[in-house]
Ligand binder design. Sequence first.
Ligand code: ADP
Length: 223
Amino acid sequence: AQELLIKSEKLSIAGELAAGIAHEIRNPITSVKGFLQLMQSSNFEKQIYYDIMSSEITRIEQILSELLMLAKPQAVHFARKDVMVLIRDVVTLLGPQATLNNVQIITDLKTELTQIMCEENQIKQVCINFIKNAIDAMPDGGNLTIQLISSKTQELIIRFIDEGNGIPDELISKLGQPFYTTKEKGTGLGFMVSKRIVENHQGTVNICSEVGKGTTIEVKLPN
Ligand code: ADP
């Protein structure tokens, strides 16, 4: 009965996702189709049509690549990795985007124990998602502090502390739901995928947010 319960729960998540995916992907495809027809029947605005179609296709790609993160990874290589090094790599990667948005990323190391057993690329993806969200939350710039702490029980805690617009209490529960986004170009998948990855590592994700002040995303991972 327990197994059945888990199975039906999985099925309902799959159903919820399937409906969302169908909807999210049908919109850009309908738009591309419409512009293809327009291109066939007129000689004007080809550049504009091209730009719109290309951004709609990018959107489909983005949705699919985030969904693929949810699918069972082909090969899961759990290995002991230094999260500090990993974060440094991600910060280097996202540095230009942060600078462009007047966001300063500060890393605050409060522990010597920064190694954990993990699937490196997945934890990188989690950090990328949370850092990007923090940057997006600060349209006028600000500081993003990434704290690394170890808990009394030897878990590694990573905190992403932004000074952004914050999330109203009633919307916090929506973050884990697929396709919930407040961004024009958002997919509403990043948070859900990140949470699943952390949970697959037997970890947890906590949100603490105040509207107008900022958000702290706390990731706890077993050592
Ligand atoms: P996306 O970034 O594509 O919208 P996510 O699932 O990562 O998808 O996030 C869903 C929504 O949660 C965002 O659109 C935003 O409204 C909100 N959110 C996530 N992180 C933050 C943050 N650090 N500060 C404010 N809002 C956030």
